[in-house]
Write a protein that binds this ligand. Structure first.
Ligand SMILES: [Zn+2]
Length: 213
């Protein structure tokens, strides 16, 4: 059986090349004319959909498949646009003094669902440098309440007051406390904002000391 360290070394290198190759293929695809014979000859869209699905459900560091959960694939963001499995997350953050496991999960989910409150939670938690437990105190919610809030739609422009009141009732916290999430000063220069649709970032094998955000 291959040792975990060797697995990470071997897979991580190949995976970096795969992610770069996909980015190259996408760029080349955009350069082709719509009636290019290459596009009719090969089933490019089908290939790309399969490979994207693989990227989404496999750990970028060790290749382990992550399971589907309410927050999409069970992947964790360690650096901006990197996705790893739970075991890799624990290995990469074992020296970190703060508990941000849920934040790392939500960051992946928010990246794919910028219309939901998950993004606001991630932005606020990063900006105020709170760990998972501190965020719960800040909002007056338990772990389940934070998860429930993350899955809700953001308040609609022009209906903020009514929508925040509804959200507070749904997730079970005070309206005044929840309102802090929507009215506090916005972050400037945050590196891991959700909604940035960037290409997967190469996972550097020498970044094992990296802390989340
Ligand atoms: Zn992994």
């Amino acid at each position: 059986m291959i040792a975990r360290h060797d697995l990470i070394q071997r897979y991580g290198g190949v995976r970096e090349y795969l992610d770069q190759l996909i980015a190259f293929a996408e760029a080349a695809r955009n350069e082709l004319a719509l009636d290019s014979p290459l596009l009719t000859q090969y089933d490019y869209e089908c290939w790309m959909a399969e490979i994207r699905s693989y990227q989404q459900f496999s750990c970028q560091r060790c290749g382990t498949f992550v399971s589907a959960e309410p927050f999409g694939p069970g992947a964790y963001m360690v650096e901006s646009s990197t996705r790893v499995c739970g075991m890799c997350y624990d290995e990469l953050t074992r020296t970190s003094p703060s508990v941000q496991r849920r934040l790392a999960r939500l960051a992946v989910y928010a990246h794919e669902h910028p219309d939901l409150c998950a993004g606001l939670i991630v932005e606020t938690q990063c900006r105020l440098h709170m760990n998972d437990w501190q965020l719960e105190c800040y909002l007056g919610l338990d772990d389940l309440g934070v998860a429930r809030l993350a899955l809700c739609q953001r308040p609609r422009p022009g209906h903020e007051n009514a929508d925040i009141a509804t959200l507070a009732t749904m997730v079970g916290c005070s309206e005044a406390q929840l309102r802090r999430l929507f009215t506090d000063e916005p972050q400037i220069g945050l590196d891991a904002l959700p909604g940035e649709r960037s290409a997967p970032r190469p996972f550097r094998l020498d970044s094992d000391e990296a802390l989340p955000f």
